[in-house]
Design a protein around this ligand. Structure first.
Ligand SMILES: Cc1cc2nc3c(=O)[nH]c(=O)nc-3n(C[C@H](O)[C@H](O)[C@H](O)COP(=O)(O)OP(=O)(O)OC[C@H]3O[C@@H](n4cnc5c(N)ncnc54)[C@H](O)[C@@H]3O)c2cc1C
Length: 456
């Protein structure tokens, strides 16, 4: 990337090759007069972490990015929630709704999502082995400094560098993320490894215990496998979570997947029903990856210096709290691209303002749309935590029996799943419609209509 102040070409540096960075690269590369470089610290773009849920909101943004077709996975009919200790089914929800099949929830291999996105990023944009270490606000752009000592200048920097973002740290040095107490272990194993264990394959099931859960789901579309080998190559995702008191935790924690031994995982689930226990014992040694959940407070603004924006996990450090973070990450990049196109066209049509002002205006639009969305998520999490604590306190006041207390907390957790219809603002979000709505409101405001006084 050139270090000279350029004329018309907008120099965009994207940090990170996850869903946020790749989605932004695809959406922005459709704009004229842009020079995009995506810097990724890894030596190769390799996704770890088993499966990922792709729901309506994610399909919608994948469509807009032109990457939906390549993403295929398992569409569960029912999702079972069990008491992990007794094995009892506590709720059974039909996973599929009245939505057309292509928009229904699918569990897919994370590598599939990543390959689909990479295939849509124009050649020559991605630079690997490029770890950003700091950013500096300059008169004509942002200076980026890399670990290898190299530097460059960009007009616009997009931080898609994940939960422990260097870009966020440069903008907001006082913002800190901390280990939440939740450790997650994930793996993919051949489904046939567990197919003789009752009630595990092909069901999608959650086994909820007193301090965590195990989750089982297929991740492949069976129609992709030839008749001859039928479902023998299908993979099963196993994902387990365990919660400890973060104040008592003294270990060094990693937000990305590091190898974990079988013993390290299974020790937390020894009191579970024999079915999940048996399946965990069959995971080949060396297959588990461990993730520690980090989270930090909400950011008031997702932008800074008039030329830097945070996308995806860097903009709302919550570690997969809604199981939809990939969609949020891609929505961020897509909206930002629309905002840049909009302010650029506005500047060209009025022949007013500078390129720098144009970027700053686009970032404000991005912030105006996305910041309230993330505020709502933080509020929801706070409400949910309060409900769980209330349920536990109620159960504790009724009896000191640990089984009774566990049942109370379990019911609160199950209620949070069954309340999924109340979460349409997330899971039925259509980012294309969000943008159209923004434009409609802008038009009305321009024509002098007071939006606060009406029900628009
Ligand atoms: C256990 C778990 C389960 C989840 N389940 C789901 C799910 O079912 N559905 C869903 O949609 N989401 C899920 N999520 C969330 C989802 O994985 C994230 O929200 C999503 O990956 C965020 O994308 P991102 O691009 O913002 O960040 P990331 O995917 O973290 O990508 C960040 C990229 O930036 C690179 N990078 C970091 N620092 C630097 C640097 N200094 N210089 C250069 N490059 C850098 C990293 O190497 C990485 O490639 C889950 C998350 C977890 C932890």
């Amino acid at each position: 990337m050139s270090t000279e102040p350029s004329s018309n070409v907008l120099r965009i540096a994207i940090i990170g090759g996850g869903p946020a960075g790749l989605g932004a690269a695809i959406a922005l590369s459709r704009l004229p007069n842009v020079k995009i470089t995506l810097y990724e610290k890894a030596r190769e773009l390799r996704e770890v972490g088993a499966g990922i849920n792709i729901g309506y909101n994610c399909w919608k943004v994948l469509e807009l990015l032109g990457a939906a077709e390549e993403v295929r996975g398992h569409a569960a009919q029912n999702v079972l929630h069990r008491n992990a200790i007794s094995g009892e089914i506590r709720s059974e929800r039909p996973a599929q709704s009245s939505l057309p099949p292509k928009y229904r929830s699918h569990r897919v291999r994370r590598t599939r999502l990543q390959s689909a996105l990479i295939s849509k990023v124009p050649q020559g944009i991605i630079q690997l082995n490029r770890r950003l270490v700091s950013l500096h606000d300059e008169l004509h752009g942002v200076r980026l400094i890399f670990e290898d000592g190299d530097e460059t200048i960009a007009d616009l920097v997009l931080g898609g560098d994940g939960i422990r973002s260097v870009v966020r740290l440069s903008l907001f040095p006082d913002h800190v993320t901390k280990f939440t107490g939740t450790t997650i272990w994930r793996t993919l194993v051949p489904a046939k490894l567990c197919s003789d264990i009752p009630n595990l394959v092909p069901e999608t099931s959650w086994w909820h215990g007193p301090a965590g859960h195990c989750y089982f789901s297929l991740v492949d579309d069976p129609s992709e496998f030839s008749d001859s080998n039928n479902s023998s190559e299908q993979m099963l995702e196993i994902s387990c979570r365990y919660l400890t008191d973060p104040a008592l935790d003294t270990e060094r924690r990693f937000s990305w997947g590091i190898p974990a031994t079988n013993e390290r995982v299974t020790v937390h689930f020894k009191d579970y029903d024999p079915r999940p226990r048996e399946s965990l014992s069959r995971v080949p040694e060396g297959n588990w990856k461990e993730f520690s959940a980090f989270a930090g407070p909400r950011l008031d603004r997702l932008i800074g210096w008039g030329k830097v924006a945070l996308l995806g996990d860097s903009s709302h450090p919550l570690t997969g709290a809604f199981g939809s973070g990939a969609a949020f990450a891609m929505e961020d990049g897509w909206i930002l691209a629309q905002a840049i196109e909009y302010t650029t066209n506005r500047r060209l049509s009025t022949d007013q303002g500078t390129k720098a002002q144009n970027i700053a205006d686009a970032l404000e639009i991005f912030n105006e749309i996305r910041s309230p969305y993330y505020r709502r998520m933080y509020e929801h999490i706070d409400n949910q935590k309060a409900k769980t604590l209330q349920a536990r306190a109620k159960a504790e006041s009724e009896s000191s029996d640990p089984t009774h207390i566990f049942e109370g907390a379990l019911q609160a957790r199950l209620d949070s799943f069954t309340a999924v219809g109340e979460m349409d603002w997330i899971y039925r979000n259509d980012i294309g419609l969000v943008w159209q709505d923004y434009l409609r409101r802008e038009k009305l405001e321009d024509s002098g209509i007071d939006l606060t006084a009406s029900n628009l």
